[in-house]
Design a protein around this ligand. Structure first.
Ligand code: AMP
Ligand code: ZN
Length: 467
């Protein structure tokens, strides 16, 4: 089955056909670097990471671009408040963002352009729009003339509710011809301080929407494949990006639009403005591991809201324990073998995994396929049918799956959470070497009390947690 997914532009699940055979150019709206991103933001960035990883797994050569918004009202205000130059301020939060991405195993984008380094390209779009009658100047600022662009609204499928939102967005901007018009370029104001560019369209700074139009066009070209972001970006941000790019080039901006749903907390969207958010470091400080957080944030289908709860994190920890346990047993397995059965289990699960992700990135189904493989391997292990050859095959399959999942530690010998157990096993081995059977039995009982089953084998003591 070919990859199919829901395209916000057409509101239909469509088969994915790339612009250039075998290649995918994708763009994700990146963070505004004025403070630490919260884990709600990371739900969207993790979804982008999943899409990218799965496209690579499926054999595509992927070019992933994600901008860094390092100029807007919030970066100016933040730098001012901290009394540091804006570049220093935004670099601090860009680093935080990239560090958090690395901890969550989000692959760095192939291209990560900064808005402040693309002012020339942004001005170029405004002048093209001006020459076509799609942009006008008013009090030193530039606006997009929505009335001259009849297809405006096609992405957001604007209805009366949508138009009401337009009016709200526009309420404070009286210098526009039409309330629906939006700012492309903002003229310098005193509160901007030393943040401005002298350009052929005047002294000022770009609007947020313009940044993404300029950078996606520059790095991915016209009509690139996939544009991605959270659902809150559909309107006005993505709608306006479309108007700008398509108005300037006469070509489509992107052919497929993917939007992921919110991370919620107690039935509200997790957001900076509501103050109901956690950052990655908040959770790490509470003892959660980044890979557990990654697992929990990816647990649901991307088109459904996901509730963030401690129970969700605990579930992630338990699931990862099961996976770690299976991997550890594989590394120690010394069964007689049963290659045909192992190969069949791998082929079946991997086919289910692909079918699930090809079906609108149905990640929960894909996870179910991974756990069905774990179950079958545990059964084969228990029956002595996993020897070195089979273990190598399964571990290889797990590496392939993890190129998409990004949370397995396929090649880790042990992880720190299991250190206590490893230490107890080492103490028991030492007791046995010293023929201290009483101590060895005591440790065995203690391990049993911790729900750990041990098995003495020629290569050492294997252990697993009871299911
Ligand atoms: P921002 O830095 O505010 O522009 O947001 C960066 C990304 O995070 C955007 O794609 C937003 O749509 C997304 N986002 C913001 N809040 C949430 C949330 N609660 N759940 C999922 N994604 C979110
Ligand atoms: Zn954008």
């Amino acid at each position: 089955m070919a990859l199919r997914f829901f395209n916000t532009l057409t509101r239909q699940v469509e088969e994915f056909v790339p612009r250039d055979a075998g290649k995918v150019a994708m763009y994700t709206c990146g963070p505004t670097v004025y403070n630490r991103a919260h884990i709600g933001n990371f739900r969207t960035f993790l979804f982008s990471d999943l899409v990218r990883r799965y496209l690579r797994y499926s054999g595509y050569q992927v070019t992933a671009a994600m901008n860094i918004t390092d100029i807007d009202d919030k970066t100016i205000a933040g730098a001012h408040k901290d009394g540091v130059p804006m570049r220093e301020f935004t670099e601090r939060y860009t680093k935080c963002f990239l560090d958090d991405c690395a901890a969550l195993r989000i692959a760095p984008p192939d291209i990560a352009p900064k808005a402040t380094e693309h002012i020339r390209e942004m001005v170029g779009i405004v002048t093209r729009l001006r020459d076509k009658g799609l942009a006008y100047e008013s009090k030193g600022s530039w606006y997009f003339r929505v009335s001259a662009f009849p297809s405006y609204g096609e992405l957001a499928h604007l209805d009366t509710e949508g138009m009401r939102q337009v009016e709200r967005v526009a309420a404070d901007e009286y210098q526009k011809e039409d309330p629906r018009d939006f700012a492309l370029w903002k003229s310098w104001e005193e509160s901007d301080g030393d943040v401005f560019w002298e350009t052929e369209i005047g002294k000022g700074r770009p609007g947020w929407h313009l940044e993404c139009s300029a950078m996606s066009l520059k790095y991915l070209g016209e009509a690139f494949d996939i544009h991605l972001g959270g659902v809150d970006l559909i309107f006005p941000h993505h709608q306006n990006e479309i108007a700008q790019t398509e108005g300037a080039t006469g070509k489509k901006l992107a052919r497929y639009w993917l939007h992921s749903e919110f991370l919620m907390i107690e039935s509200d969207k997790m957001s900076k403005s509501l103050g109901n958010f956690f950052t990655l470091s908040d959770l790490v400080d509470k003892g959660w591991k980044p890979r557990e957080i990654r697992y929990a944030l990816m647990a649901g289908h991307y088109r459904q809201q996901l509730n963030f709860t401690v129970a969700g994190l605990e579930g992630a920890r338990a699931a990862l324990d099961r996976l770690d346990c299976c991997l550890r047993n594989l590394r120690l397995s010394e069964g007689a073998g049963g290659e045909t059965e192992a190969r069949a289990a791998i082929a079946k699960s991997e086919a289910e995994f692909r079918a699930a992700l090809d079906d609108d990135f149905n990640y929960p189904e894909a996870l179910a396929a991974v756990f069905s493989l774990v179950r079958e391997i545990n059964v084969l292990c228990g029956a002595g049918k996993i020897g070195k050859v089979e273990a190598a095959l399964v571990l290889e399959a797990m590496r392939r799956l993890d190129s998409v999942l990004g949370f397995l530690d396929v090649d880790a010998e042990s992880d720190e959470k299991d250190e206590d157990i490893e230490a107890l096993i080492a103490a028991r081995t030492a007791a046995r070497t010293n023929k201290d059977w009483k101590e060895a039995d005591r440790i065995r009982d203690e391990l049993a009390a911790r729900n750990v089953v041990i098995e003495d084998r020629a290569g050492g003591t294997a252990w697993r947690r009871k299911e």
